[in-house]
Design a protein around this ligand. Sequence first.
Ligand code: PLP
Length: 365
Amino acid sequence: MSRPAVAHIRLDAFRHNYRLAKKMHGGRALAVIKANAYGHGAVQCALAIADEADGYAVAAIEEALSLRAAGITAPILLLEGFFEAAELPEIVAHNLWVVIHHLWQVEALMAAQLRTPLTVWLKMDSDMHRVGLATDEYRRVYERLQGHPNVADIILMSHFARADELDSCYTSRQIHTFHTAIAGINASISLSNSAAVLGWPDAYADWARPGIMLYGANPIAGQEGQLNMPLRPVMQLTSAVISVRTVSMGEAVGYGGVFVADRTTRVGVVACGYADGYPRVAPSGTPVAVDGKLTCVIGRVSMDMLMVDLTDLPETGLGSRVELWGDQVSVNEVARRAGTIAYELLCNVKRVRFVYTDTPTEEKL
Ligand SMILES: *Cc1c(COP(=O)(O)O)cnc(C)c1O
């Protein structure tokens, strides 16, 4: 018998979410599968939509090359472009697209000797103030790159800082800043991350760049806990109860004794801990589902195990199946309890067995 901790990855749900993102936004969509597809397995996710994906986006050439090695032929965008000019020949050889976000990249690209011109996604800092060219240098750079022998197409792009906050006017301002700065330039545009696909139709343009929504997690503030939206959770993180004991009122459970029973408590021990990516900071009360019924974590999450309250679930016990997140327990809710976001929890999943399933989907959205 092997350790029961498993990440079930439903590729049909991933495909459904990609189609939904594309349908909501219109136009074309790059599936953002950086960081090993937010922990889900980049090659498996890419292959699941290979027949229909307009392209993919990753953080670095290493990620792109493993997709090419797996037979992915669609465009792949490097979201930070190249980190040094020495990458350019390989970028050309593997037909990758690059984001250009800084003047040093502009100079390096124009100075390079390339066999074929590159498709460039020219990134503007429309006030996120992380990466991107300043609005007042953007047009000049565009004009220098346009028609340069090393440059094929140029796509105009920017990124939102607060698209998950529907009650903030920051995104509207960013959209306005972007359009003001590109006035008169005739080129394709890409603005929308998942939150914008879900919440900001004003940002819709030629290309969307959905990430987290493809994995079934809604990033919009206040909607995170909802499981009944059209997005389908892709990962179900499960394990099993490997030990059960009953403690009396007043007895402490686990490291630090941070949970003290306030009644006679039936404690189940689950084979999943922070070494598997379950957040150590998830406090007592964080929801889990045991044999389909909701209960909660008690005590401190340890490296390989965590404890759950089985007091009110007498029919559960040794071997009971535990869902840490997935269909019944929203990964967003676990993240909220742990003071973080679903992105981080999903990216952190490791050591568990990954089991992939794919039910062919004929549905057309
Ligand atoms: C990661 C990333 C995305 C996807 O963001 P989500 O919030 O996961 O949808 C889109 N664009 C850029 C530039 C990114 O870095």
